[in-house]
Ligand binder design. Structure first.
Ligand code: CA
Length: 733
């Protein structure tokens, strides 16, 4: 594969200009390797959104795993260099850092702290990092390690020039005994040290354990390298991680190694004829697509994978991954990994299988263990999607058992796992709105989850299971009310929830109204089109969605939530790209015989709702989901129904793009007439054969080939028959 310098296009600050009430991504500027156990980010303020690009003070470099500010961080701590007088608390030790003296790259961070006349540089590996501090010659050279709420421990070993410790800080989802351990080694003698706790400083103290304990060391020398290893297993394992990932190799060698790793990841796709701005958006989005889930396993002395389980608190062999909200990520991230990074996806699927075994249930939101957030059991879709796309090297029988359990057993009331309302869904054919919140959204999600369970049942030859679950995959129809032409909450006695307001958020829906949440049946577009009264009426409905004003009623939410604000902040009608429920909806146009409308709108979303800037997203980015959406749509195809090995075609953004696949094959998308006006496909060919259907398959891509679009400025809608629809329940047998 020809190597290009692509890391230069990545801007880690994409999406970071977010505040509590308005999300431009709610991302962090992560200095990290792909899927790293520990990432690093500058902290400008101790809060959930701990970095903001407008901030002018720096409190330290934070070891972080935070997948979203709504979920919070765990095992986090900060590193801060300081000269002169001692100030320990994050607010009081903060220093000016200027943007023109700061560099934030995926593989490297550097800033100059004016207050301390000190330069901080760092470069990461998967579980470790090297820091390089350049202090002023004539003052104390001090490094502070600070923790957060919760028990922490610090021990300084002046003779060994090391500092060790742990923090139990977390936001939930951890078992008894959870801690993030660290082991730091300095290349200069330790001349002084101390610990601190709340406002008290204990000069000379070498060891302290308690609520929010920090420590500092003063070093003999103006240039100091600090190597730090992290672990969820022990201090010894943190040291082991440091020895194997960093050893004594110099800062610049590690920096270059991390850069090469990123270049290799980014070079899996080449785009041609892109503007500087498009290159930045594309490769920054690709960087964001491979940050989560996090590899949570470590390597023991025999180089075998082991992990501390956030489910049962035990040490287990094998891989584990975490930090993912499947309600969001199942839509795009895993399909992208299946094409571009199947070798990593294999480890990830083994990791999720282990998580399900150790916890007894599939996680719905994991960080690092079970977290109660959102609805449905969408790891079902992730398992099914990987398996049908040929990523099979994981324990599918165990995965299937967990999926079967999701579909048949009651989980916990709090929503950490399982599908709340599953018994009623099975009995009534829908989740009753008078008993359970978000009932219409749950009904649709459960039906789709069951479709995914059915795909694996079929693959494993479990015919009875297949028939049971594929039947339930059509139950979403029971929550569609033809009288209002929308999905609608339905009560236990069969009556419809009254009154009905198509603009009201919440109630029978989640994070949206019937307009945003009523299309959540990616597995049966033909069935949905039939509910709406046919293709023409479906197109009218979609047109209405795109042309209505972005109005809303807060409904059952206590106030205007940020997703409402974000929808109303742009002019895309009721199509709220700021959140996931609508992410497949533009492709329903193609399913209803109007691919030109898909092409028109997809192109507008790509051009108007994405950039690599700090305000670069329309709403929460959500662990790569929003970014992977961009990558797929810029390439010209989209995983409409994860769990089915096909992609519906859209409007590629570039004149040419080539995917360099892990099996050494290439898949090229050509669109030579492409321009800002030529957004419509006149003709589409796969390997020189005209494609008379809406989709291509995973196999079309992974066997290599050429997909050619003849682009024009005139809408063109070929006359496909219903048989050419990629999937619908009527195709199932
Ligand atoms: Ca979201």
């Amino acid at each position: 594969m020809p190597q290009r310098d692509l890391i230069k296009y990545v801007n880690p600050e994409q999406g970071t200009a977010s505040v509590h009430r308005f999300s431009n991504g709610n991302t962090l500027p992560l200095v990290t390797r792909p899927f790293s156990m520990t990432s690093w980010a500058p902290q400008t303020e101790e809060s959930r959104r701990f970095y903001h690009p407008d901030a002018r003070q720096f409190e330290g470099m934070r070891a972080t795993r935070q997948p979203s500010p709504w979920i919070g961080d765990y095992g986090h701590f900060t590193i801060m260099p300081q000269s002169g007088r001692l100030f320990t608390s994050d607010g009081r030790r903060a220093s000016i850092f200027r943007r023109d003296q700061t560099e934030i790259r995926p593989n490297y961070f550097r800033t100059y702290l004016g207050r301390y006349q000190t330069t901080l540089e760092m470069t990461p590996t998967e579980r470790c990092a090297i820091f390089r501090f350049s202090f002023p010659q004539d003052q104390t050279s001090r490094v502070i390690i600070d923790s957060f709420e919760g028990e922490s421990h610090i021990q300084i070993h002046p003779n060994q020039q090391t500092l060790t410790g742990y923090t139990r800080s977390n936001s939930g989802g951890v078992p008894e005994g959870f801690a993030c351990y660290f082991y730091a080694r300095f290349d200069r003698p330790i001349a002084g040290c101390g610990t601190f706790q709340s406002k008290e400083t204990h000069e000379g103290e070498q060891q302290r354990t308690g609520e929010r304990v920090g420590g500092y060391v003063e070093l003999d020398g103006a240039t100091v390298n600090m190597r730090i290893g992290t672990s969820f297993i022990s201090i010894e394992q943190a040291k082991q991680n440091l020895e194997s990932e960093l050893g004594n190799r110099p800062f610049d060698v590690i920096r270059l190694e991390t850069e090469r790793l990123w270049q290799e990841m980014l070079n899996r796709v080449h785009i041609e004829d892109a503007t500087e701005t498009q290159n930045k958006t594309f490769y920054t989005s690709l960087y964001r697509s491979v940050l989560f889930p996090r590899f949570w396993h470590e390597y023991d002395q025999d180089n075998k994978q082991i992990h501390f389980s956030p489910y049962d608190g035990q040490i287990h062999p094998g891989p584990l991954v975490t930090d993912n909200g499947f309600w969001d990520t199942h839509r795009t991230v895993y399909s992208l990994l299946s094409i571009l990074y199947p070798e990593h996806l294999t480890t990830i699927m083994q990791g999720w299988t282990n998580a399900s075994k150790e916890g007894g249930w599939t996680p719905k939101w994991s960080s690092p263990g079970y977290r109660a957030c959102m609805i449905g059991t969408h790891l079902d879709a992730v398992f099914a999607d990987a398996y049908v796309k040929g990523i099979c090297d994981f324990d599918i029988e165990s995965a299937y058992q967990a999926m079967y359990k999701n579909a048949t057993e009651v989980g916990d009331e709090a929503g950490n796992y399982g599908r709340r309302g599953i018994e009623e869904f099975d009995e009534l054919g829908y989740v009753p709105a008078d008993k359970i919140d978000h009932a219409a959204s749950r009904t649709q999600d459960f039906a789709y989850n069951d479709y995914c369970v059915a795909q694996i049942a079929k693959a494993l030859g479990k015919q009875d299971d297949y028939e049971r679950f594929i039947k339930r995959a059509s139950y979403y129809r029971n929550t569609f009310d033809p009288n209002v032409d929308f999905m609608r909450g339905r009560n236990t006695d069969d009556s419809w929830q009254d009154p009905f307001n198509e603009f009201a958020w919440g109630g029978a829906f989640i994070e949206g109204s019937a307009w945003q949440c009523g299309w959540a049946v990616p597995h049966d577009p033909a069935g949905l089109i039939e509910r709406f009264g046919g293709k023409e009426k479906t197109v009218q409905k979609l047109n209405q969605m795109m042309s209505l004003p972005p109005i809303f009623d807060v409904g059952t939410y206590p106030t205007e939530i940020h997703e409402m604000t974000e929808m109303a902040a742009v002019d895309f009608g009721q199509y709220a790209h700021s959140n996931q429920p609508v992410h497949h909806v533009l492709y329903l146009y193609a399913c209803a015989g109007k691919p030109s409308k898909t092409q028109y709108w997809v192109r507008r979303v790509l051009n108007e709702l994405y950039s690599s800037d700090p305000d670069g997203f329309a709403g929460d980015e959500d662990n790569g989901e929003m970014s992977a959406w961009y990558i797929f749509n810029a390439l010209g195809f989209y995983p409409f129904c994860p769990g089915h090995p096909s992609y519906i075609l859209g409007s590629p953004l570039f004149k040419s793009a080539t995917l360099f696949l892990a099996n050494d094959k290439t898949f090229t998308i050509n669109a030579p007439e492409n321009s800002a006006d030529n957004v419509y496909a006149q003709n589409i060919q796969l390997n020189n054969q005209t494609l008379n259907r809406a989709d291509i398959t995973q196999e079309n891509i992974t066997t290599g080939g050429i997909l050619s679009f003849t682009m024009t400025n005139k809408p063109h809608d070929p006359n496909w028959s219903d048989e050419e629809l990629p999937y619908s329940l009527s195709h199932e047998k």
